[in-house]
Design a protein around this ligand. Structure first.
Ligand code: ADP
Ligand code: AMP
Length: 218
């Protein structure tokens, strides 16, 4: 299974990707997670990416495309992958298309998750994440059974710097300007399915399984 998740920040891509990857036994690749790890480790990529991420802007295409190309070389991508947060521009979508062609692969589906801005701001204000293993929680909608710690690995949960409301608004604007055009791009290629991301987590997961089991419209 090779699937792309598109949608505004906070719509639930990572939450669904984490669960779907477990259900289907495929790897989830989140470019946001890979970038945050690079920032944490202080790698040359992380140093270059940090100011863009802090500002709520996209990291330049050439950096993210190179990073994804490296990640796809790993053996764990052979059984399929879920791309969470990549592509985010038409240039990235075209680069992904070239990478897939070179691998003799094709995407099965592009899932676009949708929700109103108020839902998104509410979700992101309560998002907490594990800095060690990347698991994501919500203080009200998906709390950690271990309280302020990660239930998977025990690390203290943290709030992301870019989840401050002013940065969230900027990220939403960037999404509309740079990423939303991907919906038409993938619709034209017969790959797009849209899902209401504002429903509860389990309902979205059921809908996602339905969409992924349905044949693609020609
Ligand atoms: P994205 O990866 O699209 O930025 P996340 O998956 O990190 O979004 O979700 C943002 C926040 O909203 C997280 O705190 C997550 O726990 C919570 N969340 C995700 N999906 C839902 C949902 N369907 N209902 C309520 N809260 C959700
Ligand atoms: P995310 O975790 O998906 O919300 O991503 C966090 C931040 O990482 C974004 O606001 C961007 O700055 C950067 N980022 C993640 N994925 C991409 C991408 N595909 N292209 C450009 N920037 C990205």
């Amino acid at each position: 299974m090779r699937v792309v998740f598109v949608g505004p920040p906070g719509v639930g891509k990572g939450t669904q990707a984490q669960r779907l990857a477990e259900r289907r036994g495929v790897v989830k690749i989140s470019t946001g997670d890979v970038l945050r790890e690079a920032v944490r480790l202080g790698t040359p990529l992380g140093v270059r990416a940090k100011s863009f991420m802090d500002a709520g802007s996209l990291v330049p295409d050439e950096l993210v495309i190179g990073m994804l190309a490296e990640r796809l070389k790993a053996d764990d991508t052979r059984r399929g992958y879920l791309l969470d947060g990549f592509p985010r521009t038409i240039a990235q979508a075209e680069a992904l298309g070239a990478m897939l062609d070179a691998r003799g692969e094709a995407l099965d589906r592009v899932i676009a998750f949708e929700a109103d801005p108020e839902v998104i701001v509410d979700r992101l204000s309560g998002r907490r994440g594990c800095p060690r293993c990347g698991k994501v929680y919500h203080v009200r909608y998906d709390p950690s059974p271990a309280g302020a710690r990660c239930s998977a690995c025990g690390a203290d949960l943290v709030q992301r710097d870019d989840d401050r409301e002013s940065t969230v608004r900027r990220r939403l604007t960037v999404y509309q300007a740079e990423t939303a055009p991907l919906l038409a791009y993938y619709r034209e290629r017969g790959l797009l399915a849209q899902i209401d991301g504002s429903a509860p987590i389990e309902d979205v997961a059921v809908r996602l399984d339905e969409v992924l089991s349905a044949p693609r419209p020609v």
